[in-house]
Design a protein around this ligand. Sequence first.
Ligand SMILES: C[S@@+](CC[C@H](N)C(=O)[O-])C[C@H]1O[C@@H](n2cnc3c(N)ncnc32)[C@H](O)[C@@H]1O
Length: 345
Amino acid sequence: MAEAGRAKPVEGVHEISAITYGFMASKALFSALEFDLFTHIARGADTTRALAEDAGIAENRLLTLLAALKSLGLVSETGGRLVNAPATSRYLVAGAPGDFRDYVRFVNGAFGYESFRHLDEALRGERVFPDKGFYEGLAYEGGIGGERFSSAQHTGSLGPARLMAKRVDLKDRRKLLDVGGGSGAYSIAFCAANPQLSATILDFPQTVETAKRYVREAALADRITNLAGNAVAVDWPGGHDVILMSYVWSAVGEADIAVLAKRAAAALPPGGLLLIHDFMVDDAREGPRFAAWYLLGSMLDNPSAVCLTPAYVERVLRDAGLRIENTETMLPGITMLTKAVKTPA
Ligand SMILES: C[S@@+](CC[C@H](N)C(=O)[O-])C[C@H]1O[C@@H](n2cnc3c(N)ncnc32)[C@H](O)[C@@H]1O
């Protein structure tokens, strides 16, 4: 399979096996993080015996997990010493520069892995939670919990948020409304990069305390405020000249997408900027693969979820009365950003 564009057709049964066994590899990684194996190795528990003791897993069972992790190139063993692979050290060890263990463990593991068990029901148009979406049902009211989920989301959003703040010029903007802003990663990154900017984070009440904590830690409490509520139901505050929705359209259904676009168009002043950042596949809907796979999850949240493409996003924004500036790749192979402007009436 190619990273982007049309995939090479599979030719052998091995390639089919790689797909069918893929979930086992994912789960091996989630479990390794549950026991924080890579952090224990980095801190010196680099023999199987020492690691078994520090992680609290019997040595025979640990050997089986380690075999799977070695087969994936996440760790290796030389002369009886376990060594984390370079990317493992950079991203999957406590305190490492790119540490996003909690995103992998809770957002992809606890939330994504559990959600995907229901994919067949979702394809039949059945709702897992009859009266609510997956965020409320599983992440906030289910076993994961709002605080833990939003914190985990934060570890995955920080890097992309800083990247977007570098790439999108907001130096002439004064106030950002971050709809579905979650932990506030994007508001924090944009405000840190633009000293004149302040922001409002609008999200479900379960996320507010987490967002407040990160905002305080970033010393931005005087410039970033919160509004708790359902973005399709509460009144949006006025006075914002830029509105962001990051990973929100993939979390709601088609009807809500149209409502959110219209609400954004109504809330912006002429010249106001709307940013839609999300998983999007190309217009031919052939990939890239991570975006395509992630979008499967959106129909678990809502049977009327959409397979987002640049053409679709731009059409909805045009229908809401906005002028499209462009759609560009943000995280290569994963996300895109569409910019649209409110034209004078
Ligand atoms: C994948 S998270 C993204 C969070 C944040 N925008 C980011 O990129 O880090 C999606 C967020 O949208 C929020 N959300 C989904 N539907 C919503 C709705 N109807 N009203 C308010 N927030 C919503 C969720 O609570 C969650 O925080």
